[in-house]
Design a protein around this ligand. Structure first.
Ligand code: G6P
Ligand code: MG
Length: 215
């Protein structure tokens, strides 16, 4: 098989932290005086914290100073962390650990490619950090998805070429980033949102090592 490494986004792929991001942004929106819907939230998936805030403010039609932005982003992150600290390992999405074990048995490397600055903390809370050969997160990249940097770094750190890697992503910007980096991509979610992916599945109960080999 030509696939030697898999790169996983975190939020919405390994664990459903997307719902906690959403709740924290919604709370911030409410405090600023506007409603933030689940549909709006699609635009924030895979997007960095500060860029997410800019999108949120655009939706609410608000302009605030840089200082106020930093305070707002910090506040959102504190609310988000309150949810994260209550998370349990059973919130790992169905089929993920099985798939990780299949990859290990087949000597396929595992990398994390997430825009989140909280990624390592989340892996620790879920007790799955040891599965990862390589971790690339929001602290190590300078360019956000759809720039491929997070995945390109992941491939390089595994010692692999883009063609040897497959990315797993739930965000439109993330699928685009994988394709921009010349990698195959499995979309986790809805076909109409993730149409650029090579294949779209609803989750890892629908995807195993045989499906990977057939990509
Ligand atoms: C992921 C999520 C985004 C989030 C970003 C930054 O990409 O999909 O919704 O904004 O990470 O997360 P952070 O934990 O650093 O605020
Ligand atoms: Mg995601």
């Amino acid at each position: 098989m030509d696939i030697k490494g898999c790169i996983f986004d975190l939020d919405g792929v390994v664990v459903d932290t997307a719902k906690y991001h959403y709740l924290a942004w919604k709370k911030l929106g409410a405090e600023l005086g506007f409603d933030f819907t689940e549909q709006d939230n699609e635009r924030l998936k895979g997007v960095s914290r500060m860029r997410s805030l800019d999108i949120l403010l655009e939706i609410g039609g608000l302009t605030i100073s840089q200082e106020e932005k930093e305070a707002a982003a910090t506040k959102k992150n504190e609310w988000y962390l309150e949810f994260i600290h209550q998370m349990q390992p059973d919130e790992i999405l169905p089929g993920v650990l099985d798939f990780f074990n299949q990859l290990k048995e087949n000597n396929i490397k595992i990398a994390l490619g997430s825009a989140s600055k909280n990624a390592v903390l989340i892996l620790d809370i879920l007790k799955i950090k040891d599965y990862f050969d390589v971790i690339v997160d929001g602290n190590s990249v300078s360019k956000a998805k759809p720039d491929p940097e997070v995945f390109t770094q992941g491939a390089e750190k595994m010692g692999l070429t883009a063609a040897e890697c497959v990315v797993f992503e739930d965000a439109e910007a993330g699928v685009e980033a994988a394709k921009n980096g010349g990698m195959r991509c499995v979309g986790i979610g809805e076909q109409d949102v993730l149409s650029l992916a090579d294949v779209v599945v609803s989750g890892f109960t629908e995807f195993n090592i045989e499906n990977l080999k057939a990509l």
